[in-house]
Ligand binder design. Structure first.
Ligand SMILES: Nc1ncnc2c1ncn2[C@@H]1O[C@H](COP(=O)(O)OP(=O)(O)OP(=O)(O)O)[C@@H](O)[C@H]1O
Ligand SMILES: [Mg+2]
Length: 386
């Protein structure tokens, strides 16, 4: 489980250290930085998939993702006694992402190329990556240390150099195949690779989910929801069909779902509703109904991730469906850690009924994303390795 998430110098996040629980609900007004925080989490996930440098280039390069305000906002700037202005930088300019898990923690620092001889001017360089044991960094707890092209690992009381010429665009997780590595590195890579993000289901008229789909066992719903019928049938066969039935009737009393095998091994959704003489196909369902079914399939997955992230799951759902969705989310917390970004009042209040709900309300304070009510003493301890 993720215990702490730390982000620095990324868009509206100058510095943020967030304590996390089993169920995390991120909310706040427009522009407060919810999506920025969500993107930071996705970038962290990309480190273990080999895509963090490319993902930043797609965002327009590091220079545009760096926090655009001063390195520190002094008390006098806060009080309006002096204008907001840049001061002499104390540290090098880095985008930093990190998290503390149950046993191990990880951080990465990305910076601009020093003297770029490359045409890939948008690509940042990975400057530092560290894995340490325990929740906060101390030099003595460091297990794996990557400094530019060099990766070394602690062996007994000393250090062993694992690689000396690591490309500056490869994360240490990309390189683990090429050297003998400690189980912690592999364990951490697998942990991050099993984070799952849902932020945009397609439900438009041409969306693949509205057509019959290939029926192959699908324990994990595709991020855009295209294999819904197969995912639902997988839940019926190897997952929790009772929970599926309950989730449907919780939201649509009297309704029933069936998956119809068609010729050529394709599957079609049949949605039986009270008062209708025939079931409706996926092509005929409303956006909201289809999106609810997609969320059901995502949340009842027979292969739970280590972290399930839902970005604004309320999109196009009627407020009356939100308590049922909240019950599904709370159920999913029994299997995995959950992160929900939401604006919807009914979803927020239903999730807050859960005693484990860690509600994080973001606000913007002089352009910086901050946590409402977080004082210095409430912030989890976090030290960046360099
Ligand atoms: N490089 C940057 N430096 C500082 N602030 C930035 C930078 N890039 C974007 N922002 C600010 O981040 C804010 C956008 O944050 P974000 O998209 O995370 O908001 P949100 O909470 O998701 O809002 P909404 O509810 O509208 O989706 C904008 O107000 C924008 O001004
Ligand atoms: Mg947003």
């Amino acid at each position: 489980m993720l215990k702490t998430l730390a982000v620095a110098n990324y868009r509206s996040i100058n510095k943020l250290v967030i304590p996390l629980g089993r169920l995390n609900l991120i909310t706040g007004p427009n522009g407060s930085g919810k999506s920025n925080l969500y993107r930071a989490l996705r970038l962290l996930a990309e480190t273990a998939q080999g895509g963090v440098v490319n993902a930043l280039a797609r965002e327009g390069g590091l220079n545009s993702t760096f926090w655009a305000g001063p390195e520190t906002i002094t008390r006098r700037m806060q009080n309006g006694e002096v204008p907001i202005e840049a001061s002499v930088r104390r540290g090098v300019k880095r985008l930093r992402l990190g998290f503390a898990g149950d046993d191990f923690s990880y951080s990465i620092a990305l910076g601009l190329p020093e003297q770029s001889q490359s045409t890939f001017s948008l690509d940042p360089e990975i400057k530092k990556e560290c894995i340490w044991s325990g929740p906060f960094y101390r030099p003595a707890s460091l297990l794996v240390d990557r400094d530019g092209p060099m990766i070394r690992a602690r062996v007994g009381r000393g250090w062993e150099v694992l690689a000396q010429h690591t490309p500056i665009f490869d994360s240490l997780f990309d390189q683990v195949g090429s050297f003998r590595t400690s189980p912690e590195v592999l364990q951490m890579r697998e942990f991050i690779r099993r984070w799952r993000f849902y932020d945009h289901f397609r439900s438009d008229a041409d969306a693949p989910v509205r057509q019959p789909q290939l029926g192959t066992r699908t324990p994990v719903l595709h991020p855009d929801g295209r294999d819904l019928a197969a995912a639902l049938q997988t839940i019926i066969e190897i997952g929790d069909p009772e929970a599926l039935r309950a989730a449907i009737s919780d939201a649509f009393p009297g309704a029933r779902l069936a998956i119809e095998p068609l010729s050529g091994g394709r599957f079609a959704i049949e949605f039986h509703q009270e008062g209708l003489l025939r079931p409706l196909s996926a092509a005929e369902l409303s956006d909201g109904t289809l999106r609810y079914l997609l969320l059901v399939a995502a949340l009842l997955t027979p292969r739970p991730p280590t972290l399930m992230v839902l970005n604004e799951p309320e999109t196009s759902l009627h407020p009356d469906l939100l308590p049922a969705l909240a019950r599904l989310i709370i159920r999913a917390c029994g299997q995995c850690q959950v992160w929900v970004v939401s604006h919807a009042r009914r979803l927020i209040s239903a999730l807050q009924q859960d005693p484990d709900c860690n509600c994080i309300v973001l606000e913007k304070n002089l352009g910086q994303t901050a946590i409402v009510g977080q004082r210095m003493l409430d912030e989890p301890a976090w030290y960046w390795p360099d």
